[in-house]
Design a protein around this ligand. Structure first.
Ligand code: HPA
Length: 248
């Protein structure tokens, strides 16, 4: 069987991926624009991987300015058979404190004004795709299996609220998100997840909680504190993906 090619989209705190043996760097231009970064192709734990930095390298693109359509199209053009996304999020659920890793199973999309479909009549004819389960069940299970093998505590559920940003939320907004069932809050899972679905690429996410969401701690949320959690936690996210790759 030919080797699968796994796309990895790095988020805040993961603009370069240590581990893969890089064999090629692709600067792709798509019919829908230029992706956030060049794509590094390499081999990692016996698998072929394609790594892209969602916010560019260096990290400069805010969540609402990312050309998600170009990013996903570039990964498809380079032959991605599956995608693992990494997302930094705020924790709402009491058990999802800074440093926790969550493999989300659902999302609520609160973004606006983003180019969020390929089915806009120009690129592809209109279709209403099923999005009942936004994250691929098999990839989720492979990630959870790898976590168990590594004895790495991760949450096997999580509803991600996807907000527009780039500002963080108010306490009342987080209270509202909690009431409607959200466990973590981020800014980038949408439209990424739906675009992958529209292209038929199985997609799942590894969320690293980098701060308690607004009003969930007495401390002011600072970039310095977030950076500290990213520095401490991204190694575990990397190890998790590395261990899951052969099964994906
Ligand atoms: N809210 C939204 N997005 C985020 C947060 C947050 O608290 N932390 C990291 N990304």
């Amino acid at each position: 069987m030919p080797t699968k090619r796994i796309g990895i989209i790095g988020g805040t705190g993961l603009t370069r991926l240590e581990g893969p043996q890089i064999t090629q760097v692709h600067d792709v231009n798509t019919v829908l624009g230029t992706p956030s970064s060049s794509v590094q192709q390499g081999t990692w734990n016996g698998c072929e991987v394609l790594f892209m930095a969602r916010h560019g390298h260096p990290h400069a693109l805010p969540p609402h300015k990312v050309n998600y359509r170009a990013n996903l199209l570039a990964l498809q053009e380079l032959g991605a058979d599956a995608i693992i996304a990494v997302n930094a999020v705020g924790g709402i659920h009491a058990d999802m404190d800074a440093g926790a890793i969550v493999i989300p199973h659902q999302l609520v999309d609160l973004t606006w004004g983003r180019e969020s479909t390929y089915f806009d009549g120009s690129y592809k004819p209109l279709e209403h795709i099923d999005f009942t389960d936004p994250f691929d069940a098999d990839i989720r299970q492979h990630l959870l299996g790898a976590a168990a093998k590594l004895q790495l505590p991760v949450s096997d559920f999580g509803v991600v609220a996807v907000t527009q940003g780039p500002r963080l939320e108010t306490t009342a907004e987080i209270d509202y998100l909690e009431r409607i069932g959200c466990d973590v809050v981020g800014m980038t899972s949408m439209p990424e997840a739906v675009l992958a679905r529209e292209l038929g690429i199985p997609y799942a996410s590894v969320c690293l909680v980098v701060n308690p969401a607004a009003g969930r701690s007495d401390a002011v949320i600072t970039m310095e504190d977030i950076q500290r959690v990213l520095d401490a936690g991204m190694g575990q996210v990397r190890d998790l993906i590395e261990a899951a790759l052969p099964a994906v």
